[in-house]
Design a protein around this ligand. Structure first.
Ligand code: PLP
Length: 392
């Protein structure tokens, strides 16, 4: 058979054919515990019955019409998602990058309305916002950008978690109209900012008349122990982007807005052929309802704590372990050395994990992970890590 896929991915030698909850099975029938959820996508686990039912029913009725017409499922999802997120309005696209593109366009329009000819957005070092031209330009990682210059203009870079640096930008860059930031950096290495950072960003945005844009694409939909990570604080963003877990695997992204930003877009400003189509909205509405009815963010908080505590005690004193950090089911294990080889080693033992920023083992298990599965994850991973750190 001719292999015709572009080599954009370094794939592991495994193909999955079936899933149920936090478990997956490969072509040979081997079982795996999924501690990655397709990179924070399948928060309800695989083959969730309510999502499957909603998709089957919707596929049998109507998959797609067009945003030229009313879409009742999109309106219902809009209400459910804005309620869960504490926002006013929403635009639906098909991915995280597209959600961020909408947010960037919204910020530029906001600036242009204020008479700023060349508006810029403050973005962070080590951030990740996507692979389209504007979002890779916003991303704070040269590896993502190299070879794709010229980059899109209109971004000013600042160190993540540093309010003084943001204040300096405010003093020296008159064309800034917004700050775009992840509440916890995911691809950048599960980096958690100081507790006063997001409230400080909010305060600065209020003072400067900037939009606060939160990229909750990885942190959202219950993962960190709240429906959205910003809800750990007494603040609200002006713009927020969501994707990944919104459809539990069905491609859908959303750009939400509150206050002044909520009614900036008018007909002709933005659009998408597939965005918010009936099939994707049926899945996402079920996801919102399931997460809300089951308060699954509470499970994320308690199972996440169990995993972090379990790892801390199993790895106590391990040489080369720098830090275990995280919030809810977004967990990073920082080592003192590159550790990409742990991913195939874990796979061999039936465990799906990820390594990001070279030295950080990243865990993003589904929110429905049971305590027993959490304990299995801890024991399998801690023994792998001990062996790896001991050089075995
Ligand atoms: C924080 C964040 N923003 C944006 C994206 C891009 O999302 P997508 O791959 O759906 O375009 C990602 C993907 O990893 C992400 O983690």
């Amino acid at each position: 058979m001719k292999y015709s896929l572009m080599s954009t991915y370094k794939r592991l030698p495994v193909t999955f054919v079936r899933g149920e909850g936090a478990l997956l099975w490969d072509t040979g029938g081997k079982e795996y515990l999924d501690a990655l959820s397709g990179i924070a996508v399948c928060n309800l686990g695989h083959a969730h019955p309510a999502v499957t039912r909603a998709l089957c029913e919707q596929a049998g009725a109507l998959i797609h019409t067009s945003n030229l017409y009313g879409i009742s499922g999109q309106e219902a999802l809009g209400e459910a998602l804005t309620d869960l997120a504490g926002m006013d309005t929403v635009f639906f696209g098909n991915s995280g990058a597209e959600a961020n593109e909408a947010a960037i366009k919204l910020a530029r329009l906001y600036g242009s309305r204020k008479g700023i000819k060349s508006p810029s957005i403050v973005v962070m070092e080590n951030s990740f916002h996507g692979r389209t031209l504007a979002t890779l330009s916003a991303t704070g990682n040269r590896k993502v950008q190299a070879g794709f210059e010229p980059l899109v203009q209109g971004f000013v870079r600042a160190p993540f978690g540093d309010l003084d640096a943001l204040q300096a930008v405010a003093e020296h860059q008159p064309d800034v109209v917004a700050v775009m930031v992840e509440p916890i950096q995911g691809e950048g290495g599960i980096n958690i900012p100081p507790a006063d950072y997001l409230p400080g960003v909010r305060e600065l945005c209020d003072r400067m008349g900037w939009l606060m844009i939160l990229d909750e694409i990885q942190t959202g939909m219950g993962r960190t122990g709240r429906p959205f990570a910003y809800q750990h604080f007494d603040i609200r963003p002006d713009v927020m982007t969501v994707a990944k877990a919104l459809g539990n695997g069905v491609p859908i992204g959303a750009c939400l807005a509150h206050g002044d930003a909520a009614n900036l877009f008018a007909p002709g400003h933005h659009g998408s052929t597939f965005g918010g189509n009936p099939l994707a909205c049926a899945a996402a509405l079920t996801v919102c309802q399931t997460i809300k009815e089951g308060r699954l963010w509470d499970a994320a908080e308690s199972v996440g704590r169990r995993i972090q505590e379990g790892l801390r005690s199993a790895l106590a004193g391990a040489e080369g372990l720098v830090e275990i950090r995280g919030q809810g089911l977004m967990i990073g294990i920082q080592l003192d050395r590159p550790c990409a080889e742990l991913v195939p080693a874990a796979l061999q033992q039936g465990l799906l994990i990820n390594v990001t920023a070279d030295t950080v083992v990243r865990l993003l298990p589904p929110l429905i992970t049971t305590e027993k599965q959490a304990d299995l994850l801890v024991s399998t991973l801690s023994s792998l890590l001990r062996d790896f750190l001991a050089g075995n």
